[in-house]
Design a protein around this ligand. Structure first.
Ligand code: SAH
Length: 433
C-alpha cells in the first residue's frame, strides 16, 4: 500500500513538472513515506528522518514532507511539534496536502494559471500515471481499492493510522486501470487491508468478484491479483470468480496469524483454526493449482509453547506456499498494547520465528521441486545480477539468462533448477510473445 501511495505522490509531482532525482541533496522536494506496523519499520523511518534533518538545515529551500502512518489520518499536533523542520504532513493514501503546499509556495503570480491548469489532472484517476523513475513501470502496478480498515485486530495499528474502511468508487478504479493499461501496464494488484470486503461499505458498489469481472474486461490487462484477504470474507462467489476468470491469477493471500484458538480470540481475528483449515480446503478444491500465502505472528502476548506449536502444526499440515512472518511488536494505542503484557522474550520470539522459517523453507522447497521440468509462463520484470527475473502466476520468482530485454514480456520458461525461494529455467522456444 505504501508503494502505491508513494507512486501516486510521485505521479502527482511529475504532473507539476518535477522529475525524479537520484541524489537526495539535489532534490527540491523530499517526502518520506512511513510505516508503523512494527517497531522496526518505525525505527527505520525515524532514522531516515534524522538523516534528512541536516539536508534541510543546510538548504532551507528544500520542501521536506512526511507522509503515511507516522502522520496518521487525524491531524497530529504532536508530530508537528516534534518535527518543526518538516514543512508539510500528509496522511496515508492522500498526497493532497503536499501538492497544495507546493502549489501555494511555488506557483505564485504568473504561474498561478499554470498551477490551476495542472491541478485537475493531478487528481483525475484516469490520468494517474506511473512515475517515470519506477523501474517496473512497464510491467506491474498496485491499485488501492479499499482504503483504511475497520476491523481492529488487537495487535494492529493500521486502523488507527489509516482510518475507517472506505471502498474506492468502481468507476474510478476502472478509469485508473484503463489509464495504466494505456501506459503499457499489463499486471495489476488490487490492494486493501481486507480486500475481500470491497464494496460491502456501499450498497451501490459491486463485490470484489463483480469488480474483478469488470477489470477482467479491460483490454491490455493480462494478470490481476488482489491482497490481502481476511478468512471471514472469502465467499464462494469470489473463489469461483478466481477460478473462472483466466486473467485472475490463482494466488490468494489469506493470513492465519496463529493456529491456536485462544490466541486467535485474543487477537480478535474472528475465526478458529478449524475454520481456517476448512477455508484452505475450500480454496484448493475450488481453484485447482492455486498458491496460498499467509501471515503469521509469533510471540503474541501470552502465547505459550503449546500454542505456538499449534501454529507450527497448522502450517505443517496445510503446507502453504508463502509465509510472511513477524515477531509480535507492541504498537502504542492498540488493544494488545494497552491490555496485555508483551511477555514472550525477544530470544523466544526469535526461536519461534526460526522454527517457522525453517519449516517454511522445507515446504517451499518441496512445492518448487514439483515444478522441475515443467514449462510455466513468466512475466519478466527486471535484470538482477546478470539474470532476468519475473513471476509465475503463483508468484514464484523465476530467473533466466538472456541477452534480450525481457522487461514486460510473458514467456514460457522450462524450469531446470528449484530452491526454496527461487527457480531457474530457460526460455522455451516458439511459444512466447
Ligand atoms: N490488513 C492486512 C495486512 C496488515 S499488516 C492483514 O490483516 O493481513 C501485515 C502483517 O503485519 C499482518 O498480517 C500481521 O501479520 C503483521 N502485523 C501487524 N501488526 C503487527 C504487530 N503489532 N506485530 C507484529 N506483526 C504485526
Amino acid at each position: 500500500m505504501n508503494v502505491a501511495d508513494s507512486q501516486r505522490l510521485a505521479s502527482s509531482l511529475e504532473k507539476l513538472g518535477y522529475a525524479h532525482s537520484e541524489i537526495i541533496e539535489e532534490a527540491d522536494v523530499i517526502v518520506l513515506n512511513t510505516c508503523m506496523v512494527r517497531q522496526s519499520a518505525e525505527d527505520k523511518a525515524l532514522g531516515r528522518l534524522s538523516s534528512l534533518k541536516p539536508v534541510k538545515t543546510k538548504n532551507p529551500d528544500i520542501i521536506l514532507g512526511l507522509m503515511g502512518c507516522m502522520v496518521g489520518y487525524k491531524d497530529n499536533e504532536e508530530i508537528r511539534k516534534k518535527l518543526p523542520y518538516v514543512d508539510v504532513f500528509a496522511p496515508p493514501s492522500d498526497p493532497k496536502p503536499i501538492i497544495d503546499y507546493i502549489l501555494a509556495k511555488e506557483y505564485i503570480g504568473d504561474r498561478a494559471d499554470e498551477a490551476l491548469s495542472a491541478a485537475p489532472s493531478v487528481w483525475d484517476p484516469a490520468s494517474l500515471t506511473l512515475p517515470k523513475n519506477d523501474r517496473n513501470r512497464a510491467v506491474s502496478a498496485f491499485v488501492p481499492i479499499v482504503y483504511g480498515c475497520s476491523h481492529a485486530c488487537a495487535y494492529c495499528i493500521i486502523p488507527y493510522k489509516r482510518g475507517r474502511e472506505r471502498s474506492r468508487d468502481p468507476q474510478e478504479i476502472i478509469a485508473h486501470i484503463e489509464s495504466l493499461a494505456s501506459q503499457g501496464i499489463s499486471e495489476v494488484t488490487l490492494l486493501g487491508q481486507i480486500v475481500d470486503r470491497y464494496g460491502l461499505d456501499n450498497p451501490e458498489y459491486p463485490t470484489l468478484a463483480g469488480l474483478l469481472r469488470r477489470i477482467h474486461a479491460i483490454e491490455g490487462i493480462r494478470r490481476i491479483r488482489f491482497l490481502t484477504s481476511h478468512p471471514n470474507w472469502m465467499t464462494d462467489e469470489l473463489l469461483e470468480t478466481v477460478r473462472d476468470l483466466p486473467k485472475v491469477m490463482r494466488h490468494i493471500e489469506v493470513p492465519a496469524q496463529s493456529g491456536n484458538d485462544a490466541v486467535l480470540k485474543a487477537m480478535r481475528r474472528g475465526y478458529t483454526d478449524r475454520a481456517y483449515r476448512d477455508l484452505i480446503a475450500r480454496i484448493r478444491e475450488t481453484i485447482p493449482g492455486v498458491s496460498i500465502g499467509t501471515d503469521i505472528i509469533v510471540g503474541f502476548p501470552g502465547e505459550t509453547e503449546a500454542q505456538f506449536e499449534d501454529t507450527a502444526n497448522q502450517l505443517r499440515d496445510l503446507k502453504l506456499d508463502v509465509v510472511h512472518l513477524a515477531r509480535y511488536s507492541p504498537r502504542t494505542g492498540t488493544l494488545s498494547e494497552r491490555t496485555m503484557t508483551d511477555d514472550v522474550s525477544e530470544a523466544e520470539k526469535w526461536r519461534r520465528f526460526r522454527i517457522i522459517e525453517a519449516l517454511q523453507e522445507k515446504i517451499a522447497a518441496d512445492h518448487h521441486a514439483k515444478r522441475l521440468g515443467e514449462t510455466i509462463e513468466v512475466l519478466f520484470e527486471e535484470k538482477k545480477r546478470g539474470r532476468w527475473v519475473g513471476r509465475s502466476e503463483n508468484m514464484d520468482l523465476v530467473y533466466v539468462e538472456s541477452d534480450e530485454n525481457l522487461t514486460g514480456r510473458y514467456l514460457p520458461v522450462k524450469i531446470e533448477w528449484t530452491g526454496p525461494w527461487t527457480m531457474i529455467g530457460t526460455i522455451a522456444d516458439g511459444l512466447g510473445e
